[in-house]
Design a protein around this ligand. Structure first.
Ligand SMILES: CC(C)(COP(=O)(O)OP(=O)(O)OC[C@H]1O[C@@H](n2cnc3c(N)ncnc32)[C@H](O)[C@@H]1OP(=O)(O)O)[C@@H](O)C(=O)NCCC(=O)NCCS
Length: 173
């Protein structure tokens, strides 16, 4: 029977499974730790990958004030790696970021070759704005960071301005 892999927005019902997936990678400092409360508060940033309805992958897209987004908390369950799920999650992030009008998306990572396969060249960490580093105080490697910055330009086309809804005239009774 063919198996079904899908990527969708996370829901509150996914939080425990997301947390369980992230914990071992946070404990080995591959990703930043995230509490359940933190996951609930930022749930709208998360996409999950499902394999036959079982949660096997997760990623978050954090939007900065300008046209820049960060890929965070990317994990595929170890027994499901190298089956294209990471690629699907990143493609989901990119589609979402484009819809939001974000022009550049980056990651700080120990797997630059994975990102390289998906069209993310390495960039100088100093090219990222200072605010990117504010979450790093929670990292055990804060003073000794050896992550590699990778970045992709999502579109060279000018970003369409947000469509403004027509003003509705309200008739006074
Ligand atoms: C990195 C990770 C998310 C990749 O997910 P995945 O589902 O195994 O990746 P995919 O199967 O979609 O791989 C896409 C491509 O990248 C390649 N690739 C995957 N992992 C790679 C790695 N560590 N190094 C180099 N290439 C890699 C694959 O071979 C594939 O190439 P192909 O298209 O030529 O066949 C997964 O290995 C993981 O969860 N790692 C531990 C946590 C981690 O490091 N997260 C990143 C935080 S920024």
């Amino acid at each position: 029977m063919p198996h079904n892999i899908s990527v969708r927005n996370a829901s509150v019902d996914d939080v425990d499974a997301i947390h369980a997936l992230l914990v071992p990678f946070a404990e080995t400092h591959i990703i930043l730790p995230r509490t359940r409360d933190d996951l609930f508060q930022h749930l709208q940033e998360f996409l999950v990958a499902l394999y036959d309805n079982e949660l096997v992958g997760v990623v978050a897209v954090h939007i900065y004030g300008s046209n820049l987004a960060e890929i965070r908390s990317l994990v595929v369950r170890p027994d499901m790696q190298r089956h294209g799920i990471g690629r699907l999650l990143i493609e989901g992030c990119e589609k979402w970021a484009v819809q939001l009008g974000v022009a550049r998306i980056f990651a700080l990572t120990y797997v630059p070759d994975f990102f390289g396969k998906l069209g993310y060249p390495r960039v100088r960490r100093e090219s990222l704005p200072h605010k990117v580093w504010t979450v790093c105080v929670h990292c055990a490697k804060f003073t000794d960071c050896d992550e590699i910055a990778v970045e992709k330009r999502l579109s060279d086309a000018p970003i369409e301005p947000m469509k403004i809804l027509p003003i509705i005239e309200i008739q006074q009774p």
